[in-house]
Design a protein around this ligand. Structure first.
Ligand code: SIN
Ligand code: CO
Length: 379
């Protein structure tokens, strides 16, 4: 496991702060040198595949605007000196070397982490006071930004505003973050960041499905399975006095039918893992143009080519009687726990040809043929 940032103790952090209270870590990454700058981010925001937004406005004028990318050079040239922020999602997937940074957060299981969102703000740039429904680590990467937070606040949002901005915000705490400083916020803490000079904040965000997300996906998954479960039955039906009514006994029976379908479904864990391997995935990996046979893959690995994970692949696994069931883009792959964890731990798994038995090679080949694994060239 990579070292967590700030040399803090993950166990203590999780016990004391995670999902509980904010935590400021000064120099979480000392001498932090960002691997990309504002120009790189603007370049990325011009690409079709990248999800980007430009936010302008200020709290005083309450004149927030949002435009969505892809942008052009002309859009950036037309920007004023102050009061704007460019935000790009999933940056670690577009620029794979940044996955090393996310690995420092692997004391949190992969399935709970979402992405690295980077914001570049001109002086005065802000997205307004707001709350998020997920935990976030705000790492100051360049320049200084003032962050104010409040744990008690009125939840009403500004009306007719394209952003979720709180109508009222009174700061309870305030910090000025310098490069390398990091602020952890649990969900639903109001926060308001304003750039004091041009700079970047890198947000390592988590993801947490709602019950509605899970049930919506479950409905689709059950509909696609062969086993539709039992049908509603009422062998003790009595003559109806109000033909239009679904009476409480019938409602109870319908509800029970639904619950039985869940409880009797042995593979619910498979559904949950499959769901999490796709949840909030902006792009699914595409299979390569040609199918590769296991021996073909073995040969190129023997020749020195290295496997790496498609940055858009979310891998997660559950333990089974036989070992592990690994999920990628909703599909299951049977394998050993060693192989599952090696693939999940690192974007360039430390797997060489001599470590592979036939079953592991077959699983790797399937993942490769579905676009989840890629190969570096052998030189
Ligand atoms: C920002 O980087 O300006 C916004 C990040 C956040 O509030 O979560
Ligand atoms: Co936020």
């Amino acid at each position: 496991m990579s070292r967590p940032p700030g040399n803090f103790d993950p166990e203590q952090f999780l016990k004391q702060y995670w999902q509980k209270k904010p935590c400021l870590i000064r120099q979480a990454i000392a001498n932090f040198e960002p691997l990309l700058d504002g120009d790189d981010l603007a370049g990325l925001a011009c690409e079709e595949m990248a999800e980007s937004r430009l936010v302008t406005g200020s709290i005083e004028a309450a004149n927030w605007t949002v435009t969505h990318g892809p942008f052009s050079d002309a859009d950036f040239s037309a920007l004023p000196e102050e009061n704007w922020t460019l935000l790009v999602q999933d940056v670690e997937k577009h620029y794979a070397p940044l996955q090393t940074l996310l690995r420092q957060f692997s004391f949190i299981p992969n399935w709970r982490l979402d992405d690295l969102m980077i914001s570049y703000a001109a002086t005065g740039g802000s997205v307004g006071p707001h709350t998020d429904q997920y935990d976030v680590f705000l790492l100051q990467a360049e320049g200084t930004r003032c962050w104010q937070i409040a744990q008690s606040f009125q939840p009403q949002l500004l009306e007719n505003c394209p952003l979720n901005v709180l109508q009222q915000f009174t700061a309870e705490q305030e910090w000025i973050l310098q490069p390398g400083d990091m602020l952890y916020l649990p969900p639903n803490v109001a926060h308001y960041g304003v750039a004091l000079e041009p700079g970047m904040t890198w947000s390592i965000g988590s993801r947490a499905p709602s019950g509605a997300d899970l049930l919506q996906g479950l409905g689709e998954w059950l509909a696609m399975s062969d086993d539709e479960g039992g049908r509603f039955s009422d062998s003790d039906l009595e003559p109806a006095s109000r033909a239009g009514e679904i009476d409480s006994k019938a409602l109870q029976g319908l509800r029970q039918l639904m619950l039985d379908r869940l409880i009797e479904n042995e593979s619910l864990d498979n559904y949950l893992a499959a769901f999490m391997s796709r949840f909030r995935l902006a792009h699914e990996p595409l299979p390569p143009a040609e199918v590769t046979q296991p021996d073909g893959l073995l040969n190129v690995m023997n020749d020195g080519a290295k496997l790496f994970r498609n940055p858009w692949t979310r891998l997660t696994w559950i333990e089974t009687a036989a070992g592990a069931r690994l999920f990628a883009a909703g599909e299951p792959y049977e394998c050993s726990i060693w192989l599952a964890e090696s693939l999940c731990q690192c974007e360039q798994p430390r797997i060489s040809a001599d470590m592979l038995d036939r079953a592991s090679l077959d699983t790797l080949t399937k993942l490769f043929n579905n676009g989840h694994l890629l190969l570096t060239t052998a030189d």
